[in-house]
Each structure stands twice: as C-alpha cells, then as structure tokens.
Write a protein that binds this ligand. Sequence first.
Ligand code: SF4
Length: 493
Amino acid sequence: MNILMVYPMYPDTFWSFKHALKFVSKKASFPPLGLLTVSAMLPKDWNKKLIDMNANQLTDDDILWADLVFISAMSIQSVSADDIINKCNKLNAKIAAGGPLFTSSPELYDNVDYLILNEAEITLPMFLEDLKNGIPEHIYTTEDWADITTTPLPDWNLIPMKNYTSMNLQYSRGCPFDCEFCDITVLYGRKPRTKTKDQVIAELDALYFTGWRGPVFFVDDNFIGNKVKLKKEILPAITEWMTKRKNPFYLNTEASINLADDEDLMWQMAKAGFEAVFIGIESPNEKSLIECHKPQNTNRDLIASVRKIQQYGMEVQGGFIVGFDNDHPKIFEELTNFIQQSGIVTAMVGLLNAPKGTKLEKRLLEEGRMLSDFTGNNTDFTINFIPKMDSEILSDGYKSVLKTIYSPKYFYERVMRFMKDFEPKKKKVFHLNPNYILALFRSIFKLGVVGEERIYYWKLFLWTLFRKPQLFSLAILFAIYGFHFKKISNGFC
Ligand code: SF4
C-alpha cells in the first residue's frame, strides 16, 4: 500500500507564528505529531509519505501515487481540510480521516471514505483489520480511552526537521479539571493517562539521535495532571537524561495555575530544563472564573502565582478569554492592566467560543443562544453564540485589548518588566545555529532600522546586552514574537 499522510494548513493566527517564522527561515512551528504517531501504527511494509501543507505543497501527483490518503486535523484547519478532501474526491482517491476535527463533527464528512475517530490506538487497528479482510466501514469510534503506554514512537524519518522551529512530544492525555468551554476532557477524559518513563526517554533519545537540538514542546494539555508520577519518576528521569546528554533541548509545556502551589514541582521542572509554561489564566474577573468552572484559578492572587512560577526560572505564557456572561464593559481595561502587571509577554487573548460537545455548548443550547459551530480560532473575531454583552461593545473592547497589548509601547514595557525579574535556574546551553544568527540580523534590520518599534527594540537590545547578556537571545526572540503579534492584531483591528 502507498499511504499519503496530509496535514492541512493553519490559517494566519496568533498561534501560527507565521510572521516570526520568516526571521528564522523556518516553515512551521511544530511537526504533525499525531500523523507521525499514526504512521508508526501502520504496517511496516507500507510505503508512507507525509505532506505537511504548512511546509510543503500538495500536488495531484502525490494524491495519484497513494492508495489511501490519511488526513488528520483540528477544527482550526477545517478550511484547508475541506480543500484536500475535495481534491481527493475529484481524483477518486480514497480518504481516511481522524483527529479532533473529524471526531467532533463526523456528520459533516460523508465525503470521507473512512472516519477513524477518537483515539487511533483503539480505532485504527479496527479499521486495519477490516481493510485487510476487504470489509472496511465508514466510521470507527469507541467510548474507551486508549492505554497510551503502548503508543509507539513517532515516525520521525517522515519529516525534514529543519522545516520546524520546535519538535514535540506527548507525555499525557486528559485533564483532571473540567472548564466549561474546554473540549480536552470531551476528547481525552478527566483522568490523566500517562506514558511510561521509558517511553518518554525513548522519545527524547529518538529526537536526539536524529540530530535535533533546540526547543521541544511537551504537547500535553495539562502536563501536571498527575503530579505524583511526574515528581517521582518522570522529571527525575528527564533531568538525568538532559544532564547526560549535556542539555540538548529547551523544554516547554502547558499546565494549570496550581503549578504555583507546588514548590517541589516547579523546582523539579526548572531543573529538568523547562523554560516556559503556557497557562490558561482566562480572566482577572473572579465571577467569570466561577462561571466557567475554573476553581483552580479562583481564590488566589493570580499575578502572585504567575510571578512565583517566573521566579522558579520558567517564563509564563498566558491564555485569556473575554466574552463570559459575567464580563462587564470594564473587563477590557482590567484585562489590559492585568496583562501588563503580570509581565506575561506572550499573552493570547481570545473571544469565548463554545466547541462541540462541551458543557458550555450544552448550556447555551438549553438557553437558545447557540449560533453555529466553532471555527477553532478564538482570535478571529467570530463568536458562535449570542453573548450577554452587546456584540459591538464586546468586539470593540476585544480589539482595543489586542491593539493595546501588542502596541510596541505596551509590548516592550512587558518584556522589560519580565526581563528585570527573570533569573533562569539553569545555565542555558546555546546551540549555535546559523538560522539564529540570521534571525538576529533580520531583527536588527526589520525592527531596529525600519520598524516603528525601533526605539523600544534598541532599548531592549542594549539593556539586555549589558545588564543581562544571558537573556539576550530570549530578548531577540520576544522582539520577533512582538512583531508577529502586532502584525496579526493590526490585521484584525
Ligand atoms: S485546565 Fe486547561 S486543559 Fe484542563 S479542562 Fe481547563 S482549560 Fe481544559
């Protein structure tokens, strides 16, 4: 069998980092980990080829070569996924599709031959068995959660790593919390399932021996879902591995704010090489946090929690949402002030949306407020339900937050606030990469010479160079991110 795996394109969003990628001559941020893992579950003697449309073009010849085209996608990739499906349909190519987009809305995909839904560890073998027997069905689903201790190593040989800024690795699935708007618990359950220590080390080894040096993102939705195992087994093993290999990777992940309550955990993560953590902070408005069932974020000084994690040497990146029923028109100013005070440089602010299958969707349906399916992009100014706040006030307020926090003045003020207090716990091993040098020169020209941010850029450049030279590369990275965020928000506002 000739198998073509296709990963649809992301639109231009905050998360695409498209305008930042050009500085480092990369094509995409992360490789398609799901498809690489699915590939490893297919029979070894099948021929496999992977086209990530964020890095390469898909041609008719690619499709005509294949006996079966595998597509995996998230909701945000739906437009590109539809294009691929149409193209395959025209060329009479058989399609097998899976991943969150298809699992959430299988009813929309009658034009896909085989829908392999939920977790591939369970449904893919069912499909392969039927295919072998010549009786494949249209849909494969399960209500069980997969045992990920049997998940194979991703097929890294299918992608050129040089196209990407970061590699990725999954240690766990599921989250013990139950935020009303979140579909993670719908897709992966509330009991965190984890890989074994040996699997994690094998994945790190696989990346290392393919020659990768640089960022590795643990894609878990909540890395600290099972703290006991993390502290007892996983982090000590990663620390030992990183020391033995002379710290080849810069690690980052996503976690819940209760990370700030566990000093041992923060210390162990920093020691293992975690340099940044993305946290869903959502709102400075306590009533909105209660509304969205986020108890872990309530009854605490959120800025103090962020600062605490930063003091342990990990940069906090934050996710924020506006549009809760309890949000009042003052929220926009409050949120802007909160973000500035927290020193969160990478602040992703989105409009509340109700993804398929979530408790929020259920509530809004009962209240007769649902309008349409979620596009998967909560930063594109669409909202798929009728908000309590006047839509125009909400949209204008949201725009004003973006415009303000990514204006050079506010953005660089945040960077400086963060840099002044930030002391990484681990000495950074710098892996010399010609792309980084190129990025430095591009940033000097684009931001320091012709950019409207040039005064702020040089202030940061010189301050870091003389006062905190160990953070110089991070300062340049922030400046490049700022350029991307500004471009995206200018496009919107
Ligand atoms: S903590 Fe994060 S991953 Fe967990 S349910 Fe809430 S939003 Fe989802």
